[in-house]
Design a protein around this ligand. Structure first.
Ligand code: NAD
Length: 257
């Protein structure tokens, strides 16, 4: 059965192009009311620079004023830049990547999460990372890759802060045809509307990880296997190894043990 978003309100940043626009169209077709935001406003798009926390706060205000509720926020706005060999990269461009890709997502979560928590009905925040959150898909893109790893970490951490009726998940696109992807990749980039079709049911199902490009598991395994091999070599498991586990320690404290 196709996903049904009737009666729901969705806000998408970076919604004027690529994935954001395609997802907005798919959500509308599935019955949602959709508020698109992007750097430059137009008839269908509200102007909002996600790197500016006050602008994102104003976007949240506007959404609740206009619709009285928000069921879904997709922090999608993102840029590339600051590429090249790490030590040769333009620092200002690399920092700008973080301003948008990481802080933009943080600002979205900070503005919308408390308002969603205050609503009684279930809602969700999805943050758009990348396959570059799982492995280095593209060479010489340290700022982009690090920013996307950071989005994954931020979202995983956010999950622990939210009440049970507010979900948070990470969207992990592989190569999708958009303004961000170069002409050269057209033959391997997935069309954005096809991509939106794949992720819509996962968003409806409130998945923790929204996935699409099957071969990602192969690339991802290379790192996992290297990590497991490092542990096997230098820090193998032993009876009682939980003694130095921080998470287990915190759980014990919480339980009063
Ligand atoms: P895109 O360039 O087509 O769309 C990104 C949108 O974000 C644009 O409309 C742009 O104007 C907007 N934007 C840029 N800076 C902004 C800002 N400061 N405030 C508000 N909006 C801003 O690219 P896309 O591929 O659709 O990218 C969407 C998301 O998907 C990004 O986070 C990107 O990193 C991620 N992603 C894309 C791919 C891919 O292959 N296309 C792969 C992995 C992840």
């Amino acid at each position: 059965m196709s996903a049904d978003f009737s009666g729901q309100v969705a806000v998408i940043t970076g919604g004027a192009g690529g994935i954001g626009r395609a997802l907005g169209a798919a959500l509308k077709a599935a019955g949602a009311q959709v508020l698109l935001a992007d750097l430059h406003g137009s008839d269908d798009v509200v102007a909002c620079d996600v790197s500016d926390p006050a602008a994102v706060e104003a976007l949240a205000e506007l959404a609740w004023q206009r619709f009285g509720r928000v069921d879904l926020l997709v922090n999608n706005a993102g840029i590339s830049g600051g590429g090249g060999r790490l030590w040769k990269a333009d620092f200002a461009a690399a920092r700008q990547v973080f301003e948008v890709n990481f802080w933009g997502v943080w600002h979205g979560c900070a503005a919308f999460a408390p308002r969603m928590a205050a609503q009684e009905h279930p809602s969700a925040i999805f943050n758009v990372a990348s396959e570059n959150a799982l492995f280095c898909a593209v060479p010489r893109a340290a700022a982009y890759i690090a920013s996307k790893h950071a989005v994954l970490g931020l979202t995983e951490s956010l999950r622990e802060d939210l009440p049970p009726h507010v979900h948070a998940g990470t969207i992990i696109p592989g190569w999708v045809l958009s303004g961000l992807t170069r002409e050269g990749g057209r033959e391997v980039a997935m069309p954005a509307d096809r991509y939106a079709e794949i992720i819509l049911p996962q968003i409806a199902a409130r998945e923790r990880f929204v996935v699409s490009h099957a071969y990602n598991v192969v690339q991802m395994a290379e790192r996992t296997e290297a990590l497991e091999a490092a542990f096997a070599r230098s820090a193998p498991r032993y009876d009682g190894d939980i003694e130095y586990d921080v998470r287990a320690y915190i759980e014990r404290l919480k339980a009063g043990g």
